[in-house]
Design a protein around this ligand. Structure first.
Ligand SMILES: Nc1ncnc2c1ncn2[C@@H]1O[C@H](COP(=O)(O)OP(=O)(O)OP(=O)(O)O)[C@@H](O)[C@H]1O
Ligand SMILES: [Mg+2]
Length: 251
């Protein structure tokens, strides 16, 4: 039986009067690739950031790998060691070479000596096909290549779970394909991932479960094929129609 690596119960978050998350609950099991869908402004990024308390939730419980993240004395350093984020914009350090971008967290957060950290960095950069860009600066790379560095950096720490927030939305279509193929490989390797994305092709291909966040709650959830072929909630149907309509528009 796969074990739940992430458990979320009755999560709430407001910004002033804006009640963004109104009781979100779900489980993510080992090797799950969960896609979180939702309209713009529905709280997907807020939800992802709450999961490791990059944003402080107001109420609710979260467990990651058995650690009670929302307890007041939770070991946040430990939690950050077993989780990794890939954001929409690549968040690479522009003044550091690619290899140093990857080794930084290994050395500082994980205390791994330089030489060993560089070996790991070389391995993960090869993994995403960037062995020939190791000594370049991020500004010398294409958007897709930069996003691959961000993915390599996430992989370097061998996290139990990777959170990806619209990893392809800042990219041109040909670069999107490049990043999606790497995410596809990671899915095949059995990495546990939670991905916010609007890329339906990718969802179909790489996610085994889909959740739809609407009005502060998960209103639809289930296996990808089932949820996409028989959407039930009216808002989810509207969302899918909109995405499909966008796909059909001439480029
Ligand atoms: N730090 C903040 N302070 C105030 N309001 C915020 C803050 N962060 C997010 N919000 C608001 O919370 C709501 C949810 O934002 P969030 O970024 O989570 O949405 P999203 O689903 O990720 O949207 P998108 O698809 O456009 O990325 C939005 O109305 C946003 O303006
Ligand atoms: Mg967002």
């Amino acid at each position: 039986m796969p074990k739940p690596i992430l458990k979320v119960r009755d999560l709430h978050k407001s910004f002033g009067d804006l009640h963004v998350l109104k009781g979100v609950s779900f489980d993510v099991y080992e090797k799950d690739r969960v896609a979180i869908l939702g309209f713009s402004g529905s709280g997907k990024s807020t939800l992802l950031r709450c999961l490791t308390r990059l944003v402080e939730p107001d109420k609710g419980d979260i467990w990651i790998d058995g650690i009670h993240v929302t307890s007041p004395n939770a070991p946040l350093d430990k939690i950050r060691k077993i989780t990794a984020y890939v954001f929409q914009r690549f968040n690479l350090w522009p003044h550091l070479r690619v290899i140093d971008n990857v080794t930084l967290a290994l050395r500082i957060v994980h205390g791994i000596p330089k030489e060993e950290a560089e070996k790991i960095a070389e391995k993960v950069l090869r993994r995403v096909g960037l062995e020939d860009k190791m000594y370049n600066y991020p500004g010398e790379l294409s958007g897709g290549q930069q996003q691959r560095v961000a993915i390599a950096r996430a992989l370097a720490i061998n996290p139990k779970i990777i959170f990806l927030d619209e990893p392809t939305s800042a990219l041109d279509p040909d670069l999107i394909a490049e990043v999606l193929s790497i995410l596809d490989d990671l899915a095949k390797e059995g990495r546990t991932m939670v991905i916010v994305t609007h890329e339906l092709d990718f969802v179909q291909d790489a996610a085994n479960r889909v959740m739809f966040l609407y009005n502060g709650k998960i209103v639809e959830e289930g296996p990808t094929d089932e949820v996409l072929s028989k959407p039930k909630h009216p808002a989810f149907r509207r969302y899918l129609r909109r995405l499909l309509h966008r796909l059909e528009k001439p480029v």
